[in-house]
Design a protein around this ligand. Structure first.
Ligand SMILES: Cc1cc2nc3c(=O)[nH]c(=O)nc-3n(C[C@H](O)[C@H](O)[C@H](O)COP(=O)(O)OP(=O)(O)OC[C@H]3O[C@@H](n4cnc5c(N)ncnc54)[C@H](O)[C@@H]3O)c2cc1C
Length: 468
């Protein structure tokens, strides 16, 4: 099926999306040149030169393909031969119901697979402006930290003020600095999940006084200040810094990342904790743990001081403290066509977080689609996007048209994780002799949507195979 007489497709950026796009193109038999600027030029967040480096958490989130939209996306991507999912599965670490990976093993495996593919050439260079005119098919997958020279060129080409918003990352703690006379291992509701034991998280309990003092410290702690032009930059709601959550109400954290449900403190089993901080394994060795949901823009000194007030973390040593980062993404519903091409310059196709999806898996998923579309176009095949009833289809439909914003209104398109709200509605299947209500009905609806999605993705994959 490979045809080396075809001229190559250029992929810019070997992150989650670019690695997946390059793989899909090459697997479709089309040569690829993959341009990655690291290590020649680094971003603010990447530490090494590996492909598909995970810059913060090591989690691909829930792996439940029956009732969780991201778990369903995992399943669909596996069926499409995703390299990101293949390497993720091969390097998973225990994380309850989530799929978490050893970040180094994962990135090494993706890099090795790409380097070994006969149709992929990797060039270590920055594309510091619009790609050369004679590149007639390009996938731009340069992510939230696209280098300034390229993002300015894209801004000019699209005639848009590039919209930026802020995200924050969570700290990572050395496990051997955690005090296990206070902390304990347990997954919420003892859920074992795909690679877990039911005791995968480290939990640190707070009583009411400790929680109130912690919230006070967050509210008064010294924050990284925004510069003037950055002040109107909004946060993405799914990744709010904890101190911003605390500002929204004193109980917000107790109902969010510090919720005390589904966990029992073995050191004091009769006393219900008022709030609980969870840490999740971050590397295969099990030596590092990240503080779940503790992304923050507190200054480093304040972070260390405040987090050490958490019982069990008094002597915590931090492998990395939390921090702020900027995100850049296109107003995709306006600028991209249904196959991710820039309307104003169709030789450029976009993939990953720069298209306005959020998250490692979603970014890779859009890379998967961009790669398949670019390869089909190069081979003269008709491009058929996946139906919106699938997770892949729901995601691309959202970024290329599903999001509604009124003409002339301020741009309202915001990065989006995959979720069942993006799927067309479905009738909940009837259970003879039983009337489903509440949670039971919601779960039944999700199961029905997932079953429909998996059947439809198989049909879509079959269509492509039939075209070849
Ligand atoms: C600090 C931070 C923390 C995040 N935390 C999480 C998290 O915990 N969980 C989660 O699911 N998502 C997180 N995200 C969001 C997002 O899902 C990830 O950034 C994801 O890696 C995006 O995938 P991508 O392929 O679009 O971009 P990336 O994975 O960032 O890949 C882009 C690649 O392009 C390269 N590049 C950039 N400009 C150029 C150029 N001009 N020429 C050549 N190469 C270039 C970069 O070096 C990089 O390798 C985070 C993002 C950031 C920035």
């Amino acid at each position: 099926m490979s045809d080396t007489s075809l001229s190559p497709i250029h992929v810019v950026g070997a992150g989650l999306a670019g690695s997946e796009a390059a793989w899909q193109i090459a697997e479709a038999g089309v040569p690829v040149v993959l341009h990655e600027m690291r290590p020649v030029r680094m971003t603010e967040a990447h530490l090494g030169q590996g492909c598909a480096e995970l810059v913060c958490s090591n989690s691909f989130r829930s792996d439940d393909a029956e009732t969780n939209a991201v778990g369903l996306l995992h399943a669909e991507m596996r069926r499409c031969g995703s390299i990101i999912m293949r390497c993720g599965d091969a390097h998973q670490v225990p994380a309850g119901g989530a799929l978490a990976v050893d970040r180094v093993g994962f990135s090494d495996a993706v890099t090795a697979a790409l380097e070994a593919h006969p149709l992929i050439e990797i060039r270590r260079e920055e594309i510091a402006g619009l790609p050369p005119q004679d590149w007639d098919s390009v996938v731009v997958a340069t992510g939230p930290l696209t280098s300034p020279a390229l993002s300015e060129a894209i801004g000019t080409a699209t005639d848009e003020d590039s919209l930026a918003f802020f995200d924050a990352i969570a700290p990572i703690v050395h496990k051997d600095s955690i005090d296990f006379s206070k902390a304990w291992y347990q997954s919420r509701y003892d859920k074992a999940g795909p690679g877990g034991t039911g005791a995968d998280y480290i939990n640190c309990p707070l009583d009411k006084d400790q929680y109130e003092a912690f919230v006070d410290a967050l509210l008064s702690g010294e924050k990284t200040e925004f510069r003037d032009w950055e002040k109107d930059t909004p946060y993405f709601d799914g990744c709010l810094p904890i101190e911003v959550m605390a500002e929204r109400g004193r109980e917000t954290l107790r109902h969010g990342p510090m919720k005390p449900v589904g966990l029992t403190n073995p050191h004091d089993p009769d006393v219900k904790s008022y709030a609980i901080v969870q840490l999740r394994q971050d590397n295969a060795l099990g030596t590092l743990y990240n503080m779940v949901g503790f992304q923050t823009k507190l200054k480093y000194g304040a972070q260390a001081a405040i987090f050490r007030t958490i019982p069990g973390l008094k002597n915590a040593e931090f492998a990395r403290l939390g921090g702020l980062h900027r995100n850049t993404f296109l107003n995709s519903p306006k600028l991209l066509d249904g196959t991710l091409r820039l309307r104003a310059m169709p030789r450029l196709r976009f993939a990953g977080q720069i298209t306005g999806v959020e998250g490692y898996v979603e970014s890779a998923a859009i890379g998967l689609l961009a790669g398949r579309f670019a390869a089909a176009e190069r081979r003269g095949l008709t491009i058929v996007p996946p139906p919106q009833t699938t997770a892949l289809g729901a995601l691309i439909a959202h970024i290329t048209g599903g999001h509604l914003s009124e003409d002339g209104a301020q741009r309202s398109f915001q990065p989006m994780n995959v979720n069942f709200g993006l799927f067309p509605p479905i009738d909940v299947p009837k259970v003879p002799g039983k009337r489903l209500r509440g949670k039971e009905k919601t779960v039944a609806r999700k199961r029905a949507m997932s079953a429909r999605a998996l059947a439809d993705i198989d049909a879509w994959i079959g269509l492509r195979e039939a075209a070849e």
